[in-house]
Design a protein around this ligand. Structure first.
Ligand code: BF8
Length: 635
């Protein structure tokens, strides 16, 4: 196996736990994602610029100054736009398929066809039902059935009306703006088009259809469909996932957790749960904590069972159960390299297939559970919701049985872990504010909170791990800008100690005063990536409170270490909801000046939000602050 050579370890990550394990990997010759990045570098420029088309077998075609069209005649603008829309559609599909699974489960529980799960949060159920116009003066199972059916209908209805969830949750002025835009586009181009999603699956199918060979070749028309699909994610699939998960597993409330590889215990059976859907992770946590399983673990010589999270499913169980989190995207291989993980249990999304080969070097069982996500080298234990308790028991027992095979000579657990205050659902925030948005809005109007930045997204070995997340966050709070966020950013901030109450001291004087009064950190964990919908609905609630549009508010977004297609979808639905969004690394669109101009400039007039790209985090904050100051003038 290759050793880490090209970058120094301290250039790969700012996280001392990561540096420690990378040193070990280098000494022992274990391959990681950074090695594979080196092997793949330099990357193909056509791919990086979005100029490679492989949508039909007359190609693949690459656009150069000499060869300006593909075999079919498609120009750079079409190819770049089609590629980015396909990326958005994939992201929408991933988030929304997750949402669908939750809606199906809620319906099964409501119909009492599934007894392994319950309706945990009836207050949230009634709140969601009220928003959707469902009569709440009935048995909770009947209410839950109606809510689940409305959600499922948003995936399958065939009329052109807006998604029910979007129409019920989006703020008034934003809905009007989307409707006006549809009329404007129609009158200016005489082409029937629109940005309001009609059906979540349809927007994915439409995006795939129109980007196949010989269909839509107009970059604006293509990108408008990309916007429509992204809105089907943010105000559709992701929102459904968040709201219905809260109903089934509980709405997050404030709690303190620990974050980083130091949460792996030398004396316990360690189960790392990695992926996205709490339908699996909640159940594994529940079963692992039963006296039977803890006793069995002790019989095998361990002190007990220690379940820890990884990536977004880690965020889900951290927000609701206070389960510690072992790390974000770039930690997944490193957790196995500690030599103390009995099982890494995965479902869907952001799971490196490299885990199979690496786990074989240790006693670690790499357990896949989804029929959608199979991996070379994994032990597949199919998770079935209708037999959730039984399957979870099998998973936990498999981990327990691996414990005697742990090789103590291979165990190396970094000691680093940080405390973090988490669990900020909108309901919890509202409670902290005393039941009304007024104190928050007043603080924004007074300038005590200059603005709010939402930071989301992944890690990417192309950029120094966590450096952008942490530097951006520190600089923003220093300038009195409240930071909220989700996903792997949230784990980076937690590991860096930025979610402790003491972080108030790093905030600017005015933001510090607000945070002290509310007893919250200035860096707010809002959950997993589907929980970006919490940030959308918070922005929407502030907008409605002020009778304004989201684009009038001093809000900015960023995905400063993004990796996945899901992040493209998230960025796009924030832009489409009126928020300027920063990206780093640069998205693969530079091959078309037309697409660059549409997404960074022209879209501003259409939707209020737009993308900007900047590598330097301090310069990024300069740009964000300037945007916020400009918006503040008009508040
Ligand atoms: O959905 S932040 S690497 S874990 S895609 Fe994945 Fe990115 Fe992490 Fe969660 Ni979101």
């Amino acid at each position: 196996m290759k050793k880490v050579k090209e970058k120094k370890i301290e250039e790969m990550s700012i996280d001392p736990a990561v540096q420690e394990i990378l040193q070990l990997a280098s000494e022992k010759g274990y391959e990681t994602v950074w090695d594979r990045l080196n092997s793949q570098s330099p990357h193909c420029k056509f791919g990086l610029n979005g100029l490679c088309c492989k949508n039909c077998i007359m190609g693949p075609c690459r656009i150069t100054p000499k060869t300006t069209t593909g075999v079919c005649g498609a120009e750079a603008d079409t190819i770049v736009a089609r590629n980015i829309v396909r990326g958005i559609a994939a992201g929408v599909a991933a988030h929304s398929d997750h949402g669908r699974a939750v809606a199906i489960l809620l319906k099964e529980v409501a119909c009492q066809e599934n007894k392994d799960y319950t309706i945990f949060d009836t207050e949230k159920l009634k709140a969601v039902a009220t928003k959707l116009g469902v009569d709440t003066d009935r048995d909770i199972h009947e209410i839950a059935k109606d809510v689940a059916e409305i959600a499922l209908k948003d995936f399958g209805k065939q009329d052109d009306k807006p998604l029910k969830f979007l129409a019920s949750y989006a703020p008034k002025k934003r809905l009007e703006r989307w409707l006006d835009l549809e009329k404007k586009l129609y009158s200016e181009t005489d082409k029937k088009t629109g940005v309001i999603p009609r059906n979540i699956d349809r927007e994915v199918a439409d995006s795939m259809h129109r980007t196949t060979m010989g269909v839509d070749h107009d970059p604006l028309s293509l990108l408008i469909q990309g916007v429509r699909a992204s809105l089907a994610d943010g105000w559709g699939g992701s929102l459904i996932a968040t709201e219905l998960q809260d109903i089934l597993f509980g709405t997050p409330r404030i709690r303190t957790i620990m974050a980083n590889l130091g949460v792996i215990s030398p004396d316990h059976i360690n189960i790392v749960i990695h992926g996205h859907e709490p339908i699996l992770s909640e159940k594994v946590v529940e079963i692992a904590n039963t006296p039977d399983m803890q006793k069995l673990a002790q019989e095998y010589g361990a002190k007990g069972i220690n379940v820890v999270g990884m990536c977004c499913t880690g965020n889900e169980i951290l927000m609701r159960q206070g389960v510690p989190v072992a790390g974000n995207e770039l930690h997944q291989e490193l957790a196995i390299l500690t030599g103390a993980v009995e099982a890494i249990v995965v479902d869907v999304q952001c799971i490196y297939p490299a885990l199979g080969k690496l786990a074989k070097c240790f006693h670690t069982k790499f357990i896949s559970t989804s029929d959608r996500a199979k991996f070379p080298g994994s032990l597949h234990i199919q998770f079935e919701e209708e037999h959730a308790n039984e399957v979870a028991k099998k998973i936990v027992k498999t981990a327990i049985e691996a414990f005697p095979k742990r090789d103590k000579r291979k165990v190396h657990i970094p000691s680093f872990k940080s405390e973090a205050v988490v669990g900020f659902s909108n309901e919890q925030l509202l409670k902290i504010l005393g039941g009304s948005l007024k104190p928050l809005v007043d603080a924004i109007l007074a300038g005590d909170i200059k603005g709010i930045a939402g930071i989301v997204g992944c890690n990417n070995p192309k950029v120094k791990h966590d450096y952008y997340h942490v530097t951006l966050t520190k600089e923003l709070i220093k300038r009195d800008i409240l930071v909220i966020g989700t996903g792997c950013w949230a784990i980076a901030a937690a590991k860096a100690g930025l979610m402790r109450i003491e972080t108030q001291e790093l905030a600017g004087e005015r933001l510090r005063k607000v945070c002290k009064a509310l007893n919250i950190p200035p860096v707010i964990h809002m959950g997993s990536c589907v929980d970006c919908s919490r940030m959308l609905t918070l922005a929407g609630a502030i907008a409605d409170y002020l009778e304004a549009d989201i684009s009038d508010l001093p809000l900015v977004g960023s995905a400063p270490e993004w990796t996945t297609e899901k992040a493209v979808s998230i960025g796009t639905y924030f832009v489409a909801s009126g928020v300027p969004v920063h990206l780093w690394p640069a998205p693969p669109i530079s091959g078309s000046p037309k697409v660059v101009s549409l997404l960074t400039q022209e879209i501003k007039n259409l939707l209020g939000g737009y993308f900007f790209v900047e590598e330097d985090p301090i310069k990024t904050v300069d740009i964000m602050e300037a945007i916020i100051q400009e918006k503040r003038k008009a508040l």
